[in-house]
Ligand binder design. Structure first.
Ligand code: URA
Length: 256
């Protein structure tokens, strides 16, 4: 099984020594490659993606698939997760909330202090504002009828943006959630969600309010609700974008 990945091991040899947060196979990588490693080299963050890819390939080769058929197993594996440094400062993981069969899903960035304390996404000030906009009569999206999740499941300290390695380590959990929910529409809340789901080439200012279709899912990027707290003018955009979502849901006969 390792034959196919040897060249990738070779690529990362120079950087595989040191600390890869939560990498299950660090010792395996070191063992397999030990004769070629240069002692003392530290992992640089840009190599983490490569190492994750190797980790994914090893999992695939060994048949260790992340659980995708079962919500309980998925939640349990996130509760035990220590794949990135955020695990050490979290109070609670913030898994996701709402209708697990929803045809409409919302994806945010990561938990804040209130979410970390309560273990539920979008319950702080930004979340309350989002709930209000969703519940507004002309839109009428019910929070409990959609599914809401985040790119990262643990709170980044001091409400900073999640870092690249943290998003990367957590993305498989979100992919699993999307596979389980099978949404037809996904609302991307803010730049972090947009860039990690549709690609780094997308910018939120240019993309918001415009549908993007990818792999049979319709995506609507919009402002992150926290941005509305900082800039009142964004509220009207957010409201317009949610209205587009509601119109599309009506066209698709999605009952919310
Ligand atoms: N911001 C997010 O992106 N997600 C939350 O759950 C709360 C605030």
């Amino acid at each position: 099984a390792f034959g196919q990945i040897t060249s990738q091991f070779m690529d990362i040899l120079g950087t595989a020594i040191g600390y890869v947060p939560g990498c299950k196979y660090t010792s395996l990588v070191l063992y397999v490659a030990s004769d070629c490693l240069e002692a003392g080299t530290n992992i640089i963050s840009k190599h983490i993606e490569q190492i994750r890819e190797v980790e994914r390939q090893i999992d695939e080769a060994l048949g260790n698939k992340e659980p995708v058929n079962n919500w309980e197993e998925l939640e349990e594996s996130i509760k035990k997760c220590n794949k990135c440094k955020l695990y050490s400062t979290r109070q609670n993981i913030v898994f996701g909330v709402g209708n697990k069969n929803a045809r409409l899903m919302f994806i945010g960035e990561g938990p804040g202090a209130d979410e970390d304390r309560l273990g539920e996404p979008f319950v702080g000030r930004a979340g309350q504002l989002m709930n209000k906009a969703m519940a507004f009569e002309a839109i009428g999206l019910k929070r409990e009828e959609v599914y809401i999740a985040n790119i990262v499941k643990c709170r980044p300290p001091n409400n900073r943006n999640p870092e690249e390695d943290e998003c990367e380590a957590c993305m498989n959990y979100l992919r699993n959630q999307v596979i389980l929910v099978k949404p037809e529409i996904i609302v991307l809340l803010g730049s972090v969600a947009l860039k990690h789901i549709l690609g780094k080439e997308y910018g939120i200012t240019a993309s918001r309010g415009k549908w993007v279709e990818k792999k049979e899912i319709l995506y609507m990027p919009t402002w992150h609700p926290a941005a509305l707290l900082r800039d009142e003018n964004k509220k009207i955009d957010f409201w317009k974008d949610l209205k587009l979502v509601k119109q599309k849901a009506d066209e698709m006969k999605i009952e919310i």
